[in-house]
Design a protein around this ligand. Structure first.
Ligand code: SF4
Length: 308
């Protein structure tokens, strides 16, 4: 049944010459039919190089928006109209504008997990893997980091010579992991390496053997000799188990499941291809250009950024 639908999707995408992008947090059956997989920034760069004039982004809205920002001439379709990232919407752009008015000497750094409207009022974007490099290279002593206080706190712990102010936002999925989860998993699998995403709170990161982006976690987990406890979305554990059936991968907490990333089904992708589903991304050109500026700055300062 699933295989039949995958075959239909592959046939239709070829006939209609449509590219499919899938974030690493998508289900394995969606990753299998995608032209490109990876984190949100990797996908937006990959999309700009795809020959297809139309692309379907399997993920959440800010990811499809980022594809459109970098590829304005392409038709970009979000796989599920209701798929959003709650963290990306935890601040109104007006709040950032008001902060800037009160703190004219502060640079505003936005995690890539932000709406287009928010990017448009910030100075530079970062990904989880490029954040340390970009913040340390930024020509500013005072920085407001939005929206994720956990990623911001990790950056602050590593870059001690800058004044980094944190916004009180967070990823509700990563923030739901408890110290008890960590204690129980360490006790159950004492020899396993603990790999964590910096969206986890500081009291959880204390248990990590490795802290890195989604791509960094995948790379480390595939290469290291030990079994691994994975502290990020469950889909990464599913992916790793397929890639290395000879190793054991354990999910740090049952809470690590993002309902929004899981909204997209194979049927949604099929209906995007038939024109019955999905949501086309349409951005005002002036807004797109303002939102592109911090992404261009990220590329300039980071050179090879990647990570969710
Ligand atoms: S896992 Fe967290 S940051 Fe990622 S899309 Fe879901 S809510 Fe947003």
């Amino acid at each position: 049944m699933m295989k039949d639908l995958q075959d239909k999707i592959l046939k239709l995408k070829k006939e209609k010459d449509i590219g499919i992008l899938a974030h690493s947090y998508q289900a394995p059956e969606i990753l299998e039919i995608a032209d490109e997989t990876g984190d949100s920034f990797q996908l937006s760069v990959a999309a700009s190089k795809l020959p297809q004039a139309t692309v379907i982004m399997c993920g959440v809205r800010f990811m499809a928006d980022t594809v459109k920002i970098l590829s304005p001439d392409k038709k970009v379709i979000l796989s599920h109209p209701q798929a959003t990232c709650p963290m990306a919407e935890q601040i109104a752009p007006e709040q950032v504008v008001a902060y800037r008015a009160q703190h004219p000497d502060h640079k505003i750094v936005a995690y890539i997990n932000t709406t287009t409207q928010l990017k448009a009022v910030c100075d530079v974007c970062v990904t989880s893997s490029s954040a340390l490099q970009i913040v340390s290279r930024l020509d500013a002593q005072n920085i407001l980091f939005i929206p994720d206080r956990n990623l911001g706190s990790y950056i602050k712990s590593q870059i001690k010579d800058k004044n980094i102010i944190l916004w009180d936002g967070m990823c509700p999925v990563h923030a739901s992991v408890s110290v008890q989860d960590c204690e129980e998993m360490k006790k159950a699998y004492p020899n396993a390496k603990v790999l964590m995403h910096p969206e986890l709170p500081p009291e959880i990161l204390r248990y990590a053997d490795y802290i890195g982006s989604t791509s960094g976690i995948i790379h480390y987990a595939l290469e290291c000799g030990e079994d691994c406890i994975i502290g990020t979305e469950k889909s990464i554990v599913d992916y790793l188990r397929i890639q290395r059936p000879d190793k054991r991968f354990y999910l740090l907490s049952k809470q690590l499941m993002c309902a929004n990333m899981r909204l997209t089904t194979l049927m949604d992708v099929y209906q995007c291809l038939t024109g019955e589903g999905g949501a086309e991304i349409v951005l005002d050109e002036a807004l797109r250009l303002r939102a592109k500026h911090p992404i261009d700055e990220m590329i300039r300062l980071g050179q090879v950024p990647s990570g969710k």
